[in-house]
Design a protein around this ligand. Structure first.
Ligand code: NAD
Ligand code: MG
Length: 390
């Protein structure tokens, strides 16, 4: 029986993970669940999955959760704050950790899981973008297993033999092709993009996701973060990672080999497929996702992305090229900009302008330890906030 910790269990990925786990009670049980503030939802999850520990964001939320659990006669232990998140991510009782907190807030517990040698199911791409070399070093040093949950990276993982995952170029991989839906604004007149509302931006044509990643998909910063994520997961340089727009979201990514073969993974756009794959690998388990119906879909199309329409994608390539703390700076500025956009404090087009301003103002420095990453992250957030009119 595998014991699982789900960091961010009330989110889109967290709920999909619980859906898959519930289909296989003989294989998986839940050790810990965590949520920032959705206490009622977390209490319901506790009643159903009976975790040993539940963690929330604040002392106040912990008090409320404790009351709800007591009222149901549940014995789940309650904790709060970052130290408690790191504790459930590294506890000896747990085997696998689903890292599904959104944004930089997920870095410390994800790193704790990697250092403790867990099987880390990585959805929280921002953690890897911020601290790529440090997280990969922690995984190598502890013998942790890092399984990509992001559908593109999970697809790439499935299209490469295990023996060449860390050295693909030496094993005949010519390039990685990351597919992208293009989001809700792929065909919209570029000159009207500064008028779009956050409601339009989060209405993704193919995927149902949390609000932050949905805005990232609309700007294509999500794909930019994924280029950096692919760089660290598979050790390939930026010029070997190509982004291909594929609006149907059926081909989740491709690997091109020197002999002319291109391997792709196909499926419906439902995160339960990569979650089930990563949970059970190298075995296969059912996920609740029906197989893709190609006859019904009929046509698959592919096109090149336009950096003028999607400047965030270019910023991400620039950050990867600059190296050091540049990706962490970009990620922090993006988080602040996206939140400001979701709060209707800035327009859609200001997102990329604000990130570019922060990146221009903060030169990249070497990142030697996790404290230096957090310091750069804090400075970039402060700077980004100072550029937002109050
Ligand atoms: P979401 O907003 O739906 O859920 C986020 C979860 O994190 C919630 O449980 C929330 O309580 C928790 N959380 C938020 N802020 C927190 C904080 N400061 N401290 C602790 N916990 C906090 O997000 P999501 O769509 O599930 O995405 C989660 C991660 O997975 C993101 O990094 C995203 O990029 C990645 N991802 C998501 C999808 C998807 O389909 N949703 C696909 C690929 C990758
Ligand atoms: Mg993705």
């Amino acid at each position: 029986m595998q014991q699982i910790t789900i960091l961010g269990s009330t989110g889109s990925i967290g709920v999909s993970t619980l859906d898959v786990i519930a289909r296989h009670p003989e294989r998986y049980s839940v050790y810990a669940l965590t949520a920032q503030s959705k206490v009622d939802e977390l209490a319901q999850q506790c009643a159903r999955f009976k975790p040993q520990v539940a963690v929330v964001g604040s002392a106040e939320a912990a008090k409320k959760l404790q009351m709800l659990l007591d009222a149901q006669g549940l014995h789940t232990q309650v904790g709060h704050g970052e130290a408690a998140l790191c504790a459930v991510a590294s506890a000896p009782e747990c085997d696998s950790v689903m890292a599904a907190i959104v944004g930089g807030a997920g870095l410390a517990p994800t790193l704790a899981a990697a250092r403790a040698g867990k099987r880390v199911l990585l959805a929280n791409k921002e953690a890897l973008v911020m601290s790529g070399p440090l997280l990969m070093e922690a995984v190598a040093a502890s013998g942790a297993i890092l399984m990509p949950i992001d559908s593109e990276h999970n697809a790439i993982f499935q299209c490469m033999p295990a023996s060449c995952q860390r050295t693909p170029l030496a094993h005949g991989v010519e390039k990685i092709m990351l597919t992208a839906s293009g989001g809700p604004f792929l065909k919209r007149d570029v000159n009207t993009l500064d008028q779009v509302s956050w409601q339009e931006a989060v209405a993704h044509p193919k995927w149902v996701m949390g609000r932050k990643i949905s805005v990232d998909s609309a700007t294509m910063m999500n794909k930019g973060l994924e280029v950096i994520e692919a760089h660290w997961l598979f050790d390939v340089p930026a010029d070997k990672i190509e982004v291909v727009i594929h609006p149907q979201s059926v081909v989740h990514s491709m690997v091109s080999y020197v002999d002319g073969s291109v391997l792709a993974q196909l499926g419906n756009p439902d995160m339960r497929t990569p979650i089930a794959h990563a949970l059970a690998y190298p075995e296969r388990i059912s996920s609740g996702v029906p197989p893709v119906d190609l006859i019904q879909i009929a046509q698959l199309s592919f096109e090149r992305p336009d950096f003028l329409r999607f400047p965030c994608l270019k910023l991400a390539y620039d950050a990867l090229q600059a190296g050091g703390s540049a990706p962490a700076i970009m990620n922090a500025a993006n988080e602040i900009a996206v939140q400001a956009f979701l709060d209707s404090r800035i327009g859609f087009r200001v997102i990329d302008q604000l990130i570019a301003r922060v990146m221009d103002a903060m030169p990249s420095v070497a990142i030697t330890d996790i404290e230096s990453v957090f310091a750069q992250d804090r400075s970039a957030r402060e700077l980004a906030n100072s550029f937002i009119p109050s």
